[in-house]
Design a protein around this ligand. Structure first.
Ligand code: COA
Length: 361
């Protein structure tokens, strides 16, 4: 019988600056309520000029490794999910491997599928372990992104940044169930052609595809059973979070399809979904890291066997619903200290500094 596979260690990193969406609204002469209430945004994490995507990803990896009792030579797979890569050919993982002095019999690569890349890398690591390929080895998976739109773009309040690293091996923190529920459909809802600095977005289409994907993945999970009974199994439900309102709209659309009334949907949303986005509210959209920030938050403090659902979405589009079960190290939630430390030391910038920062990008 195959032994269970899952998350052995987590490292989280948030960059050193942020701007509040109220301050951005002042700059763009927009009613701040649009960003705060209309979209559910709070803060936008920003990188300084010395912090690039490789540094962000590396720091998350170092933190995951620092809390793990293995050796660098135990890593047999290194994959980075990102849409902020530094090169069309050289994988971002090569920058990380260089700094970690990781080479030899290691599969090292980058995964790109918009915000879904981190989940794909994680699933590949789980399947690599389950297939027996990574017998006595672990995988180091990193999801890291810097999300910026053209200045004044409607997507600007949803900007953000962050990185999360997962060591996939023994399920000390959480078991990732072998079965998952994917969905894909070729569309242009959000894309960035080669040479184009900032993304193009069809916001309405993106929301439509996200909702369609949520409905399809949850239909596969429930497989004809009662949705409420199925969702009751989960202590928390995490979603890819471009902005909180998108998650809320999708959850309402899913439950309306099953005939739920708004009061019940709101109750479940407040109990099981809204609290998982605590760290997303501090980072803004960190693309590939976004879902895993929510999962990392949700796992903190869970008892062994308590369950989490995780819905990943990437434009283009591809989605996958994963289910996890907390392991013995979830209760302590040691990785929470990463984010608390970063948030305590980061600096708030004003609109004028933001303008200067954007002029340098
Ligand atoms: N006070 C309170 N709410 C307000 C408001 C105000 N003064 N002004 C507007 N709003 C609300 C709107 O009613 C709307 O809420 P609703 O959707 O519940 O009706 C919300 O704010 C957004 O307004 P809208 O006019 O639709 O925003 P927009 O056209 O400027 O688009 C985004 C903004 C972020 C929705 C859009 O750019 C987008 O979808 N971007 C990216 C999506 C994405 O990241 N996709 C890829 C990954 S999944």
């Amino acid at each position: 019988m195959k032994s269970a596979v899952g998350i052995s260690s987590i490292g989280v990193h948030v960059p050193e600056m942020y701007i509040s969406v109220e301050e951005l609204a002042r700059l763009r002469q927009v009613d701040p309520a649009k960003y705060v209430t209309g979209l559910g945004c709070n803060k936008i994490a920003l990188c300084s000029s010395k912090d690039d995507i490789a540094e962000l990803a590396l720091e998350a990896a170092k933190r995951a490794l620092s809390r793990w009792d293995g050796n660098i030579s135990d890593i047999g797979l290194l994959a980075v999910g990102t849409e902020s890569g530094l090169d069309m050919s050289r994988p971002l993982s090569a920058w990380i491997a260089e700094k970690l002095n990781l080479q030899g019999n290691v599969r090292s690569y980058e995964v790109k599928h918009a915000c879904y890349g981190g989940t794909l890398a994680t699933r590949q690591a789980v399947e690599w372990k389950l297939a027996g390929m990574g017998k006595n080895k672990v995988a180091l998976i990193i999801a890291a992104d810097i999300s910026l739109y053209a200045e004044g773009d409607p997507g600007e309040p949803t900007e953000g940044a962050g990185a999360i690293a997962l060591i996939i091996g023994e399920p000390r923190i959480a078991q990732i169930d072998p079965m998952s529920f994917p969905y894909s459909k070729p569309v242009f809802d959000f894309w960035r052609p080669i040479g184009q600095q900032f993304p193009s977005v069809q916001g309405g289409l993106s929301l439509e595809c996200y909702i369609e994907a949520v409905k399809s993945c949850f239909a596969d999970l429930t497989a004809g059973r009662n949705l409420e009974q199925v969702l009751n199994q989960f202590n928390a439900m995490c979603f890819h979070t471009p902005f909180a309102k998108m998650v809320k709209k999708a959850f309402f659309a899913l439950c309306h399809e099953h005939g739920w009334d708004d009061a019940l949907i709101e109750k479940i949303y407040q109990q099981k979904i809204d609290p998982t986005m605590e760290w997303n509210r501090e980072t803004g959209n960190s693309y590939t890291a976004s879902l895993w920030m929510a999962v990392a938050r949700a796992l903190c403090g869970l008892a062994i066997g308590e369950r989490v659902a995780a819905f990943s979405y990437g434009s283009g589009c591809g989605a996958e619903l994963l289910t996890l079960q907390a392991g013995p190290d979830a209760l302590q939630g040691a990785w929470r200290e990463d984010i608390l430390r970063d948030l305590a030391s980061r600096r708030e910038i004003n609109a004028e500094d933001y303008k200067k920062l954007r002029a340098r990008v």
